[in-house]
Design a protein around this ligand. Structure first.
Ligand code: ADP
Length: 151
């Protein structure tokens, strides 16, 4: 089973993915680390402070690894770009906005980067992208789920 864990930065992907990998005895793969180690990016976007990822090269490097070891948890906000044929389960991690803001500020992110990530969470960008890639996403909250009346 290949399980991908996606979501906005700070929602709790890594924490959840590592716990799940330990529980199932699966291999944990940090997709950002993988991208950096293999040089699968064209530097950093200076405005957004994020890696400019060569998505085609990423899939070329990653797919044989997944096929060779199908008991894998892939953690990263780009993991939903893995074709659905290679994925058994897609989990989107979500977090309530005030809590997410706290977590992002605690990371020392700039106001602009905090805003950008909160917007991504508000608009469910990861969930929509995962669905665009054909994944049937399961949502896991790492904070108390907000009431519809709070929205
Ligand atoms: P991501 O991988 O999505 O960027 P992390 O797993 O690094 O997120 O978590 C971001 C922060 O939120 C960390 O400080 C982590 O300890 C905290 N966190 C993650 N999951 C939970 C949770 N279920 N309850 C409380 N805090 C959490």
């Amino acid at each position: 089973m290949v399980i991908i864990i996606t979501g906005t930065p700070g929602t709790g992907k890594t924490t959840y993915a590592k716990q799940l990998a330990a529980k199932l005895g699966y291999t944990y793969l940090d997709l950002n680390e993988f991208i950096i180690q293999r040089g699968l990016h064209e530097g950093k976007d200076p405005l957004r402070d994020t890696l400019i990822v060569d998505e085609e090269a990423l899939l070329t490097a990653l797919l044989p690894k997944i096929v060779a070891n199908p008991e894998m948890i892939v953690d990263g906000h780009l993991s939903h770009e893995i074709p659905k044929e290679n994925v058994t389960k897609c989990i989107v991690i979500k977090c309530e906005l005030k809590e997410l803001e706290k977590r992002l500020k605690a990371r020392g992110y700039s106001d602009e980067k905090v805003r950008e990530n909160l917007d991504a969470e508000i608009f469910d960008t990861s969930l929509h992208e995962a669905e665009e890639y054909g994944h049937k996403a399961e949502i896991v909250w790492t904070s108390e789920k907000p009431s519809v009346l709070d929205k």
